[in-house]
Design a protein around this ligand. Structure first.
Ligand code: SAM
Length: 178
């Protein structure tokens, strides 16, 4: 499994970008997203998308991110912290793919404001999507796309009520008949 841990979500101020982080994580192939504090706006947006567009993506709230990370590592997990200060993804991605191929679960840490230094210390990999500051949405998208080599862009779900058929010219949407 691939999980995303959103550290430092600042309620009202971050609700839109945190929703985008969650939906991007889902769309690019993660299995669930963990928040440290509950946020109704994000939770409801995720649940609404899953209800209509299918799959089993989960929004969950945890108490302590540090103990969650420690437990994750004890249970055959590898922790990747996405940070502009990290090692370039181009150099590190093959090692992370090998971890997945040997059956390891991946936890990706993504920040909002300044990320506490424990995240750097607890992570197995501190990975940058280039060393320029940009966005958590871009960082998670590029990381997952590299990890899954574009394959998750073809995912579709049997239980979806709405599906898009890719078209060069027009919108083609299939909706479930009631
Ligand atoms: N200034 C903050 C800091 O020092 O940690 C970063 C704020 S940035 C808007 C929010 C998050 O986006 C970061 O915690 C990181 O996860 C991600 N991010 C932004 N730029 C990145 C980059 N170049 N490479 C990897 N992750 C990045």
């Amino acid at each position: 499994t691939v999980e995303v841990l959103r550290v430092g979500h600042r309620g009202e101020r971050d609700k839109r970008i945190s929703t985008h982080v969650a939906l991007t994580a889902r769309a690019l192939g993660a299995d669930r997203i963990l928040f440290i504090c509950d946020d109704n706006h994000v939770r409801e947006s995720v649940n609404r998308i899953v209800e209509n567009w299918g799959g089993d993506f989960k929004f969950e709230v945890i108490d302590s991110w540090k103990s969650y990370i420690k437990r994750f590592k004890e249970n055959n997990g590898v922790v990747v912290h996405l940070t502009m200060y990290g090692e370039n993804i181009n150099e590190a991605i093959n090692n992370i793919k090998e971890d997945i191929n040997t059956g390891k679960n991946i936890l990706i840490i993504i920040g909002a404001e300044k990320v506490p230094k424990e995240a750097y210390e607890l992570a197995d990999y501190n990975i940058s999507i280039g060393n320029q500051p940009h966005s958590e949405v871009a960082a998670i998208a590029i990381f997952l796309d590299r990890l899954f080599e574009g394959k998750t862009l073809y995912r579709d779900y049997k239980d979806a009520k709405i599906k898009v058929m890719p078209s060069k010219k027009e919108k083609v949407v299939i909706t479930e008949k009631k």
